[in-house]
Design a protein around this ligand. Structure first.
Ligand code: ADP
Length: 336
């Protein structure tokens, strides 16, 4: 598809260049031909005048005459030269157009490829829980001895599955709606205290369920950012810290300013991340093996890819340090 579109765009570029080149050549040919005709005409008048003046003097050599064939030949040569120049322009601009068409279409092709991958990943992720739901409903429907109690349990299980599906679709919508790194965001001066307050309101209920204490050691400071995106980002990091920590643990939030940069970190004492997984955890739908095997940890591997998008938008960085079974520290770095 990319090659086809590239060839079509090249052809369009070439048509435009050829039309311009031929129109210019036609104008040049007309102008130069007119000049040649005008030159021939004035030469003829001069020669006729000389002939008239010399009529009395028979001893002088006869004056030169205008050769019409030579004029015609000059015009033909001009036409041929213009054709050669046009051929040169076509071949050079053909190669240039092909190169430019490739350059123009490359980001579009990348975007289409990315979207296709996103659609196929999403359908794949959606298919598994939907198939599980469907088969459990079918099996119970076929069972003649299915009791009310069993059906209540089935409804409860299915409701949980539906909740997971809802989380997944919410995550997908968030991922689609979050602007890309080259889209401009409107940054305003925001107080870190206010941001952390909003983050804690959203993360406390989950922490309470596991009796996890969130210790806030961030400082009072202001920095430029898009407040709601940064709140979303910290909620993702703290939600993960809670999800991947055992009960009764502590999560520590810290802030630090170094060399015009703000460092915001979230430290947990949970299952940690294996070295081999760290380079992939920001990829869409990536889940490390140990989190997949934990049945009670819900998630579809979308949180960190949304977080990364928000960080890119702010032209920031994120680092991860972790020791398996000891915990993880995620540090977000913003320029201030
Ligand atoms: P998920 O919905 O699976 O949590 P994320 O994109 O937020 O998706 O995270 C991707 C993967 O990174 C998780 O599946 C988990 O394996 C790992 N991960 C993220 N945060 C932590 C953490 N604080 N501790 C341990 N593993 C983590």
């Amino acid at each position: 598809m990319f090659n086809n579109a590239r060839l079509k765009l090249t052809a369009w570029y070439l048509v435009i260049i050829m039309v311009i080149s031929f129109v210019f050549s036609f104008i040049i040919y007309q102008l130069v031909s007119n000049e040649i005709n005008r030159f021939a005409m004035s030469q003829r008048i001069r020669i006729e005048r000389r002939i008239n003046n010399n009529n009395d003097n028979y001893f002088l050599p006869p004056p030169p005459t205008i050769d019409d064939e030579l004029i015609e030949e000059t015009k033909n040569r001009l036409l041929l030269n213009l054709l050669i120049v046009n051929l040169g322009i076509i071949s050079i601009s053909g190669a240039l157009s092909f190169f430019l068409a490739g350059k123009t279409l490359k980001p579009i092709a990348k975007m289409v490829e990315e979207q296709n991958r996103f659609i196929s990943d999403s359908s794949h992720e959606l298919r598994t829980p939907i198939t599980a739901l469907k088969s459990s409903l079918e099996v119970s429907l076929r069972d003649p001895k299915f009791t009310i109690q069993e059906s209540k349990k089935l409804i409860k299980d299915n409701l949980e599955e539906v909740n997971h599906l809802q989380n997944l679709s919410d995550g997908l919508i968030k991922l689609i709606q979050s602007p890309t790194s080259n889209q401009k965001i409107i940054k305003t001066k925001n107080s870190l205290v206010e941001i952390i307050d909003r983050v804690l309101i959203r993360t406390r209920p989950l922490a309470l369920k596991k009796n996890i204490t969130i210790i806030n050691r961030t400082k009072k400071l202001d920095f430029d950012c898009d407040q709601s995106s940064v709140v979303d980002l910290l909620v993702i990091l703290i939600d993960n810290a809670i999800k991947y920590s055992p009960k009764n643990q502590k999560i520590i939030l810290r802030s630090e300013i170094k060399n015009n940069h703000l460092y915001l970190s979230v430290k947990d004492h949970g299952i940690g991340i294996d070295d081999k997984d760290i380079p992939h955890i920001f990829d869409r739908f990536y889940r490390a093996d140990q989190s997949r095997s934990k049945v009670d940890v819900g998630g579809y591997g979308l949180g960190l890819s949304i977080a990364k998008k928000i960080i890119d938008q702010h032209h920031g960085h994120i680092t991860v340090r972790s020791i398996p079974n000891k915990g993880a520290i995620f540090t977000v770095i913003f320029q201030i």
